[in-house]
Design a protein around this ligand. Sequence first.
Ligand code: ADP
Ligand code: MG
Ligand code: MG
Length: 252
Amino acid sequence: MSTLEIKNLHVNVETNDGPKQILKGATLTINSGEIHAVMGPNGSGKSTLAYAIAGHPKYEVTEGEILLDGENVLEMSVDERARAGLFLAMQYPVEVPGVTVSNFLRTAKTAIDGEAPALRTWVKDVNAAMEKLRMDPVFAQRDVNSGFSGGEKKRHEILQMELLKPKFAVLDETDSGLDVDALRIVAEGVNRVHTETNAGFLLITHYTRVLQYIKPDFVHVFVAGRVAEEGGPELADRLEAEGYDKYVAAAV
Ligand code: ADP
Ligand code: MG
Ligand code: MG
């Protein structure tokens, strides 16, 4: 059993006008096997939270802690965080021209495990994971995210997660912009990894729709850089009915 603790996190983002405070005391604990949905209006700092966990250099933690099984994540490099078992599926996955999906996945797997995966089993694992995500095998030979549709980018994020087997996965709006078939495939992937590996999940989403397919254990309403309310799955139903207005009004 592992635990990811985010405690009183304050984060500045580097902007053209200097640093701007975005996270203002975010606190959240995730255990292995738990699915936490973080929901909130645009601009509330959800992606900033995701980037701070992953260690993006533009996001400066000014106060608070991130602990993985008691270890100080903030002292780890981006690579060390990945090796420690943290995974981020970005809201806007970046293009990596000249690097095929196949090479990218193998390089990432090698970096995280500290040794190259055995070729035969690896190829089998990749093909099996792609098939489960209903991805055409030719996809593996395309350059990472170059010309990918929105849905292909999100499936590629889930493919990485399936193969890298993180302890904790942060999925930043992996549901956004998907049609209902793609949404179901992506959700099945998350549920499969959840069942097979007992990973913990931080599922960042703007909409409740994905929660029909992925059942969260906990729901956190994120407003103005911190958690404004938390509850069980029933909180998502209330958000669906009431929206975020009352939280936004209370945060001003
Ligand atoms: P969310 O994911 O909840 O929509 P973000 O974490 O992306 O929110 O952004 C939170 C706030 O920080 C927004 O007001 C956004 O404009 C601001 N912000 C984030 N990154 C930058 C940046 N690089 N430059 C300026 N402002 C930024
Ligand atoms: Mg669970
Ligand atoms: Mg975002």
